[in-house]
Ligand binder design. Structure first.
Ligand SMILES: [Zn+2]
Length: 179
């Protein structure tokens, strides 16, 4: 005779009277309070930095100043951004510019160079050495001159749309204490 414990281990078995029975899987109530539907947070987050209008912010960025106040340089080196603005404490170092400034610089500068090359040598008569001597330095100078203002403008755009890296975990308690 099969024991009840043996029957419970099998989905199909026989009862004491020999009838075929099917054990149904018991459905345990789910204790995990998972929401049925995930809703993204649509409420506008308050801006971290008080910013001027788009035109002023972009002008300050292109001039490589702090986009929020315009009083201090946004850069601590050629491309190194100040961690915070020394004048208004705008967290410039938390703006995630990453690869965008060189990408946009190359996009604009190389289109300009290619068009200039085609227009300058439209009859194909230019010596390749002359071409190299003109366009290689022109490309380098143009890229180096455009990189900083474009990075400044991107700082302004990202600050204006409140796109900042989250504070590191070590900085959070201090921010709460002072906040
Ligand atoms: Zn500032």
């Amino acid at each position: 005779m099969q024991s009840p414990s043996h029957l419970q281990r099998n989905p199909i078995g026989r009862n004491m009277a020999g009838e075929l029975i099917v054990f149904r899987e018991r459905i345990q109530p789910v204790s995990d309070p998972m929401p049925n539907e995930w809703r993204p947070q649509r409420a506008a987050t308050p801006p971290v930095v008080a910013m001027p209008g788009w035109a002023t912010a972009l002008r300050r960025g292109l001039a490589m100043r702090c986009p929020a106040c315009g009083e201090a340089s946004a850069f601590a080196g050629y491309l190194t951004v100040q961690p915070v603005c020394p004048h208004c404490d705008a967290p410039l170092g938390r703006v995630p510019c990453d690869d965008a400034p060189p990408y946009i610089t190359l996009l604009i500068a190389l289109h300009f160079i290619i068009i200039t090359m085609v227009l300058a040598d439209y009859d194909g008569g230019m010596n390749w050495i002359t071409s190299m001597l003109i366009f290689v330095p022109l490309t380098i100078v143009l890229l180096l001159a455009m990189l900083r203002p474009i990075k400044g403008a991107l700082l302004a755009i990202m600050l204006k749309i409140n796109m900042l890296r989250p504070l590191p975990p070590s900085a959070k308690p201090a921010a709460i204490v002072h906040g």
